[in-house]
Design a protein. Structure first.
Length: 358
């Protein structure tokens, strides 16, 4: 946003891993998406030549990189791009980058990335560090139709497009990449089931399950544990694209999830979130200074605990940022209460907005 505000007529290209290619369909800030699997293993010299050719072939005037390794600084230098912005990660970066920027890992990731463009002129660099996207009306209408059909099939047609009811979206899944890294961010299917059943019994509240292809088994297990006649509906298989997921999140009042891509999408949509944390650090992944975004985790035990060792990643804070760390360990009743509290706050905010409009 800051780059676009500073250079409104520029062509902006983003280079991402293949799994992130969908970013191009949920924002109009980017003109072109290019992919390269920088995390593939093994990574050969020919791969480095390929990414270098991508950089050199675009006739770019400026490059901004979130990578902090010496290899990144070298690649940017060899690209021939005149203005090279990246993190000051050591002597080499200060030699090869034209603008080595301070790297502060102990803050919300959005702010960390935003620090890269603090040298941009004018007020653009002062734009909020929280990402922002907007759901398209077509996607929202499509997801409304999906929900209407599902509720009609379940005999609950009264819930269709009913403004007096609140919707809680449950997204229990996490990425396969996290599991590959040994980061188990999940909550048990039994707990998700108990949570869904409890919230669905609240007057005026509807509960919706969602998930992508990687979440097939998780969704199936949760559905198998639901009580016969449960009021919880599942949209699994109905969200065909990232746009659909954005539309679905936007038409709900609250999303309850683990640390995952849907959590970040909900933040960018300014949608209330209750996020469940286990092995990752909520202070770096969620703007917890905003009351709309609630992070829950079991209270950390001391560093001397044999049951749950804590590893310090910050001078003042213990964190579970290591493979093999425990998954989400939260009582169901705590998550239920947090979700209901968020729904009440959402109602209060909506009432305030309506009063101001009047």
């Amino acid at each position: 946003s800051a780059i676009r505000a500073t250079y409104p007529d520029a062509k902006i290209t983003i280079l991402v891993e293949p799994r992130s290619a969908g970013i191009g369909v949920i924002t109009d800030l980017i003109d072109e998406v290019v992919t390269f699997d920088i995390k593939k293993r093994p990574l050969y010299g020919s791969d480095m030549v390929d990414v270098l050719m991508i950089l050199r072939s675009g006739s770019y005037d400026m490059v901004v990189s979130s990578g902090s390794s010496p290899m990144v600084s070298a690649l940017l230098f060899l690209s021939g791009i005149l203005r090279r912005i990246g993190y000051d990660s050591g002597k080499l970066s200060r030699m090869l980058l034209t603008e080595p920027m301070p790297l502060n890992r102990y803050q919300y990731a959005g702010k960390m990335y935003h620090d890269l463009i603090l040298n941009l002129p004018g007020a653009a660099s002062a734009l909020p560090a929280i990402p922002h996207i907007k759901a398209g009306q077509q996607e929202k209408d499509a997801m409304e139709s999906v929900l209407s059909r599902l509720w009609s099939d379940a005999g609950d047609a009264s819930k269709c497009r009913n403004p007096d009811r609140q919707r809680v979206l449950i997204h229990p899944g996490t990425s396969q990449l996290a599991l590959t890294k040994g980061l188990n961010k999940t909550w048990s299917a039994e707990n998700w089931c108990k949570f869904a059943e409890a919230v669905s019994k609240e007057p005026g509240v509807d509960v919706i399950l969602a998930g992508g292809p990687d979440d097939k088994d998780a969704i199936a297990e949760i559905k198998s544990l639901l009580n016969p006649g449960s009021k919880v509906i599942s949209t699994f298989g109905q969200t065909k694209s990232l746009r659909d997921l954005v539309g679905l999140i936007d038409i709900c009042d609250l999303i309850v999830c683990v640390d995952s891509a849907p959590m970040h999408i909900a933040v960018a949509l300014d949608k209330p979130v209750v996020a469940l944390f286990g092995p990752t650090d909520e202070a770096k992944l969620l703007p917890t200074d905003n009351p709309k975004f609630v992070a829950l985790r079991k209270e950390k035990l001391g560093a001397n605990s044999a049951e749950q060792p804590a590893i310090s990643s910050h001078p003042q804070k213990a964190s579970y940022l290591y493979p093999g760390a425990p998954a989400v360990q939260l009582p169901v009743e705590i998550v239920v209460q947090s979700a209901l509290d968020q729904l009440k706050l959402a109602t209060s905010r909506d009432s305030l907005v309506a009063a101001r409009a009047d």
